[in-house]
Design a protein around this ligand. Structure first.
Ligand code: FAD
Length: 517
């Protein structure tokens, strides 16, 4: 009955519905086996840790279809899971049970970029990398960049309030998102500082789509949807302010033999590179060793560079805190001569003061890309090294490496039978560390190990007044921990907001908020 209804409201039902449920019409489609096979990728998350059992994926092609689907689910108390590119790292886009998955992959139009304000407007299903190309070709830089850009969608990025390497330079999505179109669980459509683009038909590049930078007319509701992880509605369109494309870019890879020296590099970078510094990324020795060992996706010269990096002071082995740390420092500016001279002064100061033990400066676009490929290979390569217990935390910058080292030390006593390797990388200037504890050779998550590691990491982060989720969000991985870190009043108001928007509790059930006790 439900399937027949969904078939009636979708304009291209044969392409927009993937299901193992059968009705007369679906029996004419794929064989049941191939439908089940197709469903797997929607039911499984990127880490392989979470798996749902949804038998119905809907792929609407416009806002009005999203609205009809949600209204029906709201009226009939059917749980739904919004899904973007399915690259989230907290199981937020994976059903807990058999909820209906609403995938936005069929909604990916880029409407245009306003030539004066640089505000780009697109469907929520637009792939991040496509938005980069679209903006670059028109002289703009898309202000969000993350390793998953080839498959994540802007709607998923906004819903997780994704951070990434340009966070400190361009600000987070709360600053750059100008307008949103959202569909509420009961099917109502809200335009939040955004015109109804659907009224326009095809938009020309020169056409101005109004999304103002400043709008002080009441509660700014769009902020509630940034980071809401699909719990109060679905984002269907996004407009976002893009800065002008920088005309000069420099990237260097530096090697430090202590974290204390990393802090000196950061201070020197702020003094010498100032406003042109666009990324300051850290990778530790264990991480780069895994990148080297597990199929670094770059070419031969990239592998040579990686090899040279790992050779720097290879005589230093133990203890862990004495192993080298690697920094990727990028500048983006508008004057190649001035920018190169600033980078040169910066590197000379570091070498003269022996703050770094080695350094490589990209000589051309190819080397620049190789350096970024090394950084972006951290997540996928460490994932191949064994079972990975992933944490994404915010900590005071001075303690950036301290949490991983402390946890490793504590666990090597309390779990001495388990071989554990701590890997750290991340956006050090934001105090955002991706701490990955790897059990080499064991590929299945063990809940006793998981609990011990999580307790050790959370204790270490919270005693430093840090955050247990810096940029990945909560999903089904960290929702229960919220009860521990938010005050009772904060949790109550969060639950009231959820109840106001989604009184039937259909949106992403069992995620984000802790279960009621
Ligand atoms: P999904 O995973 O599909 O969904 C994420 C959440 O948003 C779910 O709760 C889902 O229900 C909800 N959702 C999705 N689309 C919508 C919508 N249109 N409306 C309402 N709710 C929706 N994250 C960072 O912040 N910084 C990084 O540097 C970073 N690097 C990464 C590198 C790799 C290799 C990988 C695999 C992941 C990385 N991530 C990073 C995590 C992930 O890519 C981000 O969380 C991303 O924003 C998720 O986008 P997505 O489209 O894949 O969303």
């Amino acid at each position: 009955h439900d399937l027949a209804h969904f078939r009636s409201i979708l304009s291209r039902p044969d392409r927009s519905i993937i299901t193992t449920l059968t009705d007369e019409a679906s029996q004419r489609q794929l064989s049941s086996d191939s439908r089940a096979e197709e469903l797997v990728r929607y039911n499984q998350d990127w880490t392989g840790e979470y798996r749902g059992s949804s038998s119905l994926v809907l792929r609407p092609t416009n806002t009005s279809e999203v609205s009809s689907i949600l209204r029906y689910c709201h009226e009939n108390f059917i749980g739904v899971v919004p899904q973007g590119g399915n690259t989230g790292l907290c199981g937020g886009a994976t059903p807990l049970h058999d909820e209906v998955i609403i995938s936005l992959e069929g909604m990916n139009t880029i409407y245009g970029i306003d030539g004066q304000s640089g505000i780009l407007t697109c469907d929520a299903g637009a792939i991040l990398e496509n938005l980069h190309s679209f903006a670059n070709e028109r002289g703009y830089l898309f202000p969000l960049d993350i390793g998953a850009k080839g498959s994540c969608q802007i709607g998923g990025n906004v819903s997780t309030n994704a951070g990434g390497q340009y966070f400190f330079r361009f600000g987070g999505l709360h600053g750059t998102v100008m307008g949103l179109e959202v569909v509420l669980p009961d099917g109502r459509v809200m335009h939040l500082n955004m015109e109804n683009v659907d009224d326009y038909g095809t938009i020309q590049q020169s056409k101005r789509i109004a999304s103002h930078r400043k709008d002080n007319t009441g509660y700014d509701l769009k902020h509630l949807f940034i980071g809401a992880e699909g719990t109060i509605g679905m984002i269907t369109k996004v407009s976002i302010a893009c800065p002008a494309l920088p005309t000069s870019k420099n990237v260097s890879l530096l090697v430090c033999d202590s974290y204390c020296n990393v802090l000196t590099v950061l201070k020197t970078a702020k003094e010498e590179l100032g406003e042109i510094m666009s990324a300051f990324e850290l990778m530790d020795y264990n991480t780069l060793s895994f990148v080297f060992a597990h199929g670094f996706g770059g070419n031969e010269s990239g592998s040579r560079l990686l090899h040279d990096l790992l050779q720097s002071e290879s005589s230093i082995q133990e203890p862990e805190r004495l192993r080298p740390l690697y920094l990727l420092v990028e500048t983006q500016g508008s004057n190649s001569v001035d920018d190169a001279s600033k980078m040169d002064t910066f590197l000379t100061r570091l070498l003269d003061s022996e703050t770094i033990i080695n350094g490589f400066l990209a000589q051309d676009e190819r080397q620049l890309k190789e350096m970024w490929t090394i950084r972006e290979s951290c997540n996928p390569c460490v994932a191949q090294a064994g079972c990975v217990y992933k944490f994404d935390v915010s900590i005071p910058i001075e303690d950036y490496m301290e949490v991983a080292w402390e946890v490793k030390k504590e666990l090597s006593v309390s779990m001495k039978d388990v071989d554990l390797i701590a890997c750290v990388w991340g956006h050090v200037n934001d105090g955002n560390a991706h701490i990955n504890i790897v059990t080499p050779g064991r590929f299945k998550k063990e809940s006793a190990i998981d609990k011990n590691i999580e307790a050790a990491v959370f204790d270490s982060v919270l005693k430093r007044s840090g955050s247990i989720s810096a940029e990945h969000g909560l999903g089904q991985k960290k929702n229960e921990a919220l009860g521990r870190i938010k005050g009772e009043n904060v949790l109550d108001v969060m639950a009231q907001i959820k109840g106001l928007f989604d009184p039937h509790g259909i949106m992403n059930p069992g995620k984000y908020l802790p279960k009621k006790t």
